[in-house]
Design a protein around this ligand. Structure first.
Ligand code: ATP
Ligand code: MG
Length: 261
């Protein structure tokens, strides 16, 4: 079985996309899955949060999207076994690449081609998308098998899900028939609070079994971990945040075992 490619996306900022990419990735890696996180956010938080700081002249995902470099050549190991990152460039470069993508008459499957060239090397490829539905995200959706949307247990949580669904449907019908519409992961839940309970109930009613059973709690260890340049699994192994991401990784992999290599 070749890699499952999952785009972690929601066009709302600060909902836990990068936190999920890092820690779900780390939890899959801990289960023995060879996992690659592709950092598609110009802020580069998925790279820096795992201690990956490419030198300024090193090729990054920007060169891969320009078809100047293979994915294999830019992948960096992290300090965690089985966990690798394809870093984003610092500065404006990814924004420039996105402007180039906008100029294309038809969106080209740039990321998909790059992943296809090394699909067998990976069990999971997680795409940390920027908080927009622009061309970088469309390129991620063209490459993905499914979209995972983190939903923050806050006011207006369901806002934006309809736009996300519409874009996923458009990409599915025009560009990537394989794309499966989302799974939803509830994040930053304060289980004792009425608001979190309401959001959870609304989500389960609207999306049923597409919502992960396991919920990510609000846990300060998750916010601290990036400054230690490690996942929460290494930063605070027994924290509620670490346990929750481990549980989601089990739920996601659902009995699948790592490929023998
Ligand atoms: N479960 C959580 N508990 C506590 N803090 C969290 C949790 N999840 C994320 N955070 C914190 O919330 C902030 C936003 O999270 P994150 O960067 O993962 O969101 P994002 O969706 O990737 O944001 P952006 O849209 O800007 O890329 C970060 O400071 C992060 O450390
Ligand atoms: Mg992010």
């Amino acid at each position: 079985m070749s890699a499952a490619v999952i785009a972690i996306s929601l066009q709302k900022g600060g909902v836990g996309k990068t936190t999920t990419a890092i820690n779900l990735g780390a939890a899959l890696a801990e289960l023995g899955f060879r996992t690659l996180i592709i950092d598609l956010d110009p802020q580069g938080n998925a790279s820096s949060g795992l201690g990956v700081h490419p030198p300024e002249d090193a090729p990054t995902i920007a060169e891969v999207l320009r078809r100047e470099e293979t994915l294999e050549n830019i992948v960096e190991p992290t300090a965690e076994k089985n966990l690798f990152v394809a870093p984003a460039p610092t500065g404006q470069m990814l924004a420039e690449v996105e402007a180039q993508l906008v100029a294309e008459m038809f969106p080209q499957p740039r990321l998909k081609d790059a992943i296809d060239a090394c699909r067998d090397d990976w069990d999971y490829v997680l795409l940390d998308c920027p908080p927009t539905l622009g061309r970088l995200t469309v390129n991620a959706f063209m490459a993905a098998d499914e979209v995972l949307a983190p939903v923050q247990c806050q006011y207006f949580a369901l806002e934006g899900l309809r736009d996300l669904t519409a874009v996923v449907q458009q990409v599915k019908s025009a560009l990537n028939p394989n794309l499966e519409i989302g799974r939803y992961l509830l994040t930053m839940s304060e289980g004792a609070k009425k608001l979190s309970q309401e959001v959870e109930a609304d989500m389960r009613q609207a999306y049923g079994s597409k919502v992960f059973k396991n919920v990510i709690p609000y846990n300060v260890k998750l916010a601290e971990a990036p400054s230690s340049e490690r996942s929460v699994l290494k930063h605070a192994s027994t924290s509620k945040g670490a346990k929750a991401y481990r549980a989601v990784a089990k739920e996601l992999s659902n009995g699948r075992s790592p490929k023998a290599r």
